[in-house]
Design a protein around this ligand. Structure first.
Ligand code: AMP
Length: 437
């Protein structure tokens, strides 16, 4: 089977040029499956999460159809309404619209809560082609008559399951009720619980169903390892791991905002440029932190799960779970930050004795044990697990039984698929490492 190009899928020249500038040579599976149907104006139900290339899958056909059929922008309104659950995701979709549409003359704006509405009202006043918004603020503006969507002809609901989790579903339904019945509608969701099925049935009309399984990211592309460590020594272990310069763009996940702040402050004290993002930070502070991380000024981004949702930064070499999430699905989302768009990556999880049950739930969900790595190399001879644990870092008897690293042998977390990070000659690659190449 020959691989198709964007042009083969029917993508027009100005868009192909913008994609070339981004070095996108080959459409991802969700793009290959969605773009032709969307260009024909079909509705679509997309089962896919971030990291699959889903944003370009819907933004490209939307831009192309708008450019081919330019009509007057409706005052206070938009031709296309894209709803996203978080401000970060909305901003990123806005950036994609900007990037892919750079050779077209289309107007877009992004609207979200937590900031003054003045500029948003102003941006909407003359109408836009594409409006990207979080539901709460958009509904607010609609209620104040600053936004009028009665003439929108395309609706996209991105990360519909998150919208549901975050309690936005009523807002979404109120917004949809205002839109014309005759329109093109798209719904994307990483999971398909029955309430999303119902929502899809209400909103979509004979949709094309496209499914890209998230397991591909977890199982095939991410080298997943776990280090059993005393909770009190996590901080020291993190600092030691970061001595390795191969860990060049790292997201560290914590469960709480407090811990995110603490970890980033500690890293800064040891001279490692780090930024923290979490729900207590202002929108401006979050954007600044992300920008520092994106442009490489901050080597480490410390994030909580909610804050990290939908963040799209390419080239993340390592994801470190400083604390394991108590929901195993969050683990999948976290490690999906590395190994994006076909690249491989490394996920390192710290697990203390209180987190064993989280680890078991994760392994049950991903259906594979994480590779256990001894901490002795970084934390010295002193064993870094509590006294009641076996001395070779072996997990508790009913704990995970993954492939186990032999104590005493050095272990490095270098480039995924590129062997060990430090120049330890003659080291064999783990089987998983080799498979990631
Ligand atoms: P998304 O799933 O939309 O969040 O996209 C994940 C990442 O893949 C983003 O960084 C995109 O810029 C990138 N991407 C999307 N499509 C392609 C492609 N065809 N080739 C290379 N990278 C892509």
């Amino acid at each position: 089977m020959t691989t198709k190009t964007f042009a083969d899928l029917g993508v027009a020249e100005p868009l192909c040029r913008a994609l070339e500038a981004q070095n996108y040579t080959t459409p991802t599976p969700i793009q290959a499956q969605s773009i032709p149907a969307l260009l024909q104006g079909r509705d679509l139900l997309g089962l896919a999460q971030t990291g699959t290339g889903k944003t370009a899958a819907f933004v490209l056909p939307i831009l192309q159809r708008l450019a081919a059929n330019q009509t007057k922008r409706p005052a206070k309104g938009a031709h296309v309404v894209i709803l996203a659950p978080t401000r970060e995701l909305a901003v990123q979709i806005g950036q994609s619209v900007e990037t892919y549409g750079q050779n077209l003359k289309l107007r877009h704006t992004v609207i979200f809560g937590g900031v003054n509405q003045f500029r948003q009202v102003k941006a909407l006043a003359g109408g836009v082609d594409i409006l990207v918004a979080t539901p709460g603020r958009l509904l607010d503006l609609m209620n104040q008559r600053h936004a009028d969507l009665r003439q929108a002809s395309v609706l996209v609901l991105d990360e519909a399951d998150r919208m549901l989790d975050m309690g936005f579903i009523h807002d979404v339904k109120k917004i949809v009720a205002v839109l014309p019945k005759t329109r093109q509608s798209l719904l994307f969701s990483a999971t398909m619980p029955s309430n999303i099925e119902h929502l899809a049935a209400e909103i979509l009309n004979e949709p094309v169903r496209v499914e890209v399984r998230p397991e591909v990211i977890t199982v095939d592309k991410v080298d997943q390892r776990v280090l059993h460590v005393d909770g009190k020594r996590k901080r020291e272990l993190l600092a030691k791991l970061l001595d390795d310069s191969e860990l060049s763009r790292v997201i560290v996940f914590t469960r709480t905002k407090h811990c995110a702040n603490r970890v980033s402050e500690q890293l800064e004290k040891t001279g490692i440029a780090a930024e923290a993002i979490h729900g207590n930070k202002s929108q401006g502070a979050r954007q600044r932190a992300l920008e520092q991380f994106r442009n490489g000024k901050a080597r480490v981004l410390v994030a909580t799960d909610i804050a990290a949702r939908g963040i799209d930064v390419t080239g993340i070499t390592h994801v470190i779970n400083y604390e394991l999430p108590n929901e195993p699905e969050s683990y999948v989302h976290r490690i999906g930050r590395t190994a994006r768009a076909g690249k491989s990556g490394i996920a390192i999880s710290f697990c203390d004795s209180s987190e064993r049950s989280h680890l078991r739930s994760i392994e049950k969900l991903t259906k594979r044990p994480l590779t256990v790595v001894a901490t002795t190399e970084w934390l010295g001879d002193q064993v870094a697990v509590p006294m009641n644990e076996p001395s070779d870092n072996r997990p508790a008897r009913n704990g995970p039984r993954g492939p186990r690293h032999q104590p005493g042998k050095p272990r490095h977390f270098g480039k995924p698929g590129a062997g060990r990070g430090r120049p330890q000659s003659g080291q064999k690659q783990s089987r998983r490492h080799a498979a990631a190449q």
